[in-house]
Design a protein around this ligand. Structure first.
Ligand code: HEM
Length: 398
């Protein structure tokens, strides 16, 4: 088999094994990167230089209409509508500018008391006498309720929001007809709900719905763009932030000396979260479409390219001893929020939420441990990396 043929039978990022541990999964491949993903039909690139270049260079685009037709293109077109996350400039920049004031560090910091209140209420329901699944009981609802606040959703729709968001995440995974049908039904239900929110006489002040409703009035956004943007924000911010917190708790509990340093106050939640972002990132791959001058071997213009953040973060170019989880690093460098003009808009919110979530959890349960008798399980949501079940025992309630 030629090298090109070998590559054409490469790994698939939507394979559940990839979601569980991208580093181990890619290490098992017979040929070096770039790998051709035969399921979603595109190239997975893994090393820091190539990933950074693909993230930041204008040789790579996001607008699906520039992509060579393949199953992924078709689904992407159906699922994203006019979402600015899948637009190129100037349209992406136009919509990003409308939302940017919502995510400034100062504005996000003002959400701290709300996030603390959500954490506190969730922890009040956590059992103190038996193991519980932290991912379901804490990480996921914290993430959904926080996003719901920023977007301007009704709190009492949290169960719906959680279910819709989870279903939408599955859209790009392996083709299970049942999951695809559920995902489409959830998308429709969500859009109907958002349609009603955007049509309100007085949307809740200072929320994404209010910003987009005003942009609709002054015609800086179309109705379809406003709807798709709300869907995109829900999806972009929900699973990733919940995964970040679950990964941080898991890694800390698996490294007793570092846990001790954190509990003694020698290491801050911010340091733990930053090292988790680097070592165990919630988003494993992002997508790009190779433009005419994308300088990659094998890749032809119009093909999908999947820069792998998990492997790029482990480059020795970025940090010493990259394969070691070490919360005491002076400076942590990673690409987990992307890079360049598309750098994650919600990064300040994700960081704050995860830091508060971690501190409040350990303040309430200073002797928290992983449950020895229940096995924790990573979820298999394509392109994300976190826990479906993270069993902990909340002994020592404070
Ligand atoms: C730990 C949590 C999060 C991670 C790891 C993460 C990661 C990322 C990454 C890697 C990108 C770049 C995508 C690309 O280059 O194609 C991105 C973009 C984006 N993220 Fe996040 N994100 C997180 C949380 C959030 C939250 C909470 C929100 C908002 C509610 C959000 C909103 C966005 C938006 C709007 C973009 C697109 C920016 C643009 O294209 O201009 N993210 N995120």
């Amino acid at each position: 088999m030629s090298e090109l043929e070998q590559r054409r039978n490469g790994p698939a990022w939507a394979d559940p094994e990839f979601s569980r541990c991208p580093i181990d999964y890619l290490a098992r491949q017979a040929v070096p990167a770039p790998y051709y993903d035969p399921v979603n039909q595109g190239w997975i690139v893994t090393d820091y230089e190539t990933v950074k270049h693909a993230l930041t260079s204008s040789s790579y685009v996001k607008d699906v209409s520039n992509a060579a037709p393949c199953p992924y293109t078709t689904r992407q077109k159906e699922a994203t509508g006019q979402s600015f996350i899948f637009m190129d400039d100037p349209d992406r920049g136009r919509i990003r500018r409308i939302l940017a004031p919502l995510f400034t560090p100062r504005r996000v910091q003002q959400l701290a008391p709300i996030i603390e209140g959500i954490c506190s209420a969730l922890l009040d329901h956590a059992p103190t006498d038996r193991a519980f699944n932290l991912a379901d009981a804490y990480c996921r609802p914290l993430s959904v309720l926080t996003i719901a606040t920023i977007l301007g959703f009704d709190e009492d729709r949290q169960a719906d929001l959680l279910a819709w968001s989870e279903d939408l995440e599955r859209e790009f995974g392996p083709q299970h007809p049942e999951a695809q049908n559920r995902s489409r039904a959830s998308h429709l239900a969500l859009v109907n709900y958002l349609d009603a929110l955007l049509g309100q006489q007085r949307p809740p002040e200072g929320t994404a719905v209010a910003f987009l409703a005003e942009a609709l009035l002054n015609r800086s956004v179309t109705y379809e763009e406003a709807l798709s943007t709300l869907v995109a924000l829900l999806v972009a911010g929900n699973v990733s932030t919940s995964d970040l917190l679950s990964n941080a708790v898991y890694n800390l509990l698996s490294h007793p000396k570092q846990l001790h340093a954190y509990l003694k106050g020698q290491v801050s939640a911010a340091q733990v979260i930053e090292e988790t972002l680097r070592y165990d990132p919630p988003l494993t791959v992002v997508d790009r479409i190779a433009g005419l001058d994308a300088p990659l071997p094998f890749v032809t213009p119009g093909e999908w390219v999947w820069p792998c953040l998990s492997t790029a973060n482990r480059s020795p170019q970025l940090n010493d001893n990259p394969d070691r989880f070490n919360v005491t690093r002076d400076r942590v460098r990673h690409l987990s929020f992307g890079a360049g003009s598309r750098l994650c808009l919600g990064a300040p919110l994700a960081r704050l939420e995860a830091q508060i979530g971690l501190d409040m959890l350990f303040r309430r349960f200073p002797a928290l441990v992983l449950s020895p008798s229940d096995e924790s399980v990573r979820h298999d949501k394509p392109s994300f990396h976190g826990f479906a079940k993270l069993w902990v025992i909340g002994q020592g309630a404070g």
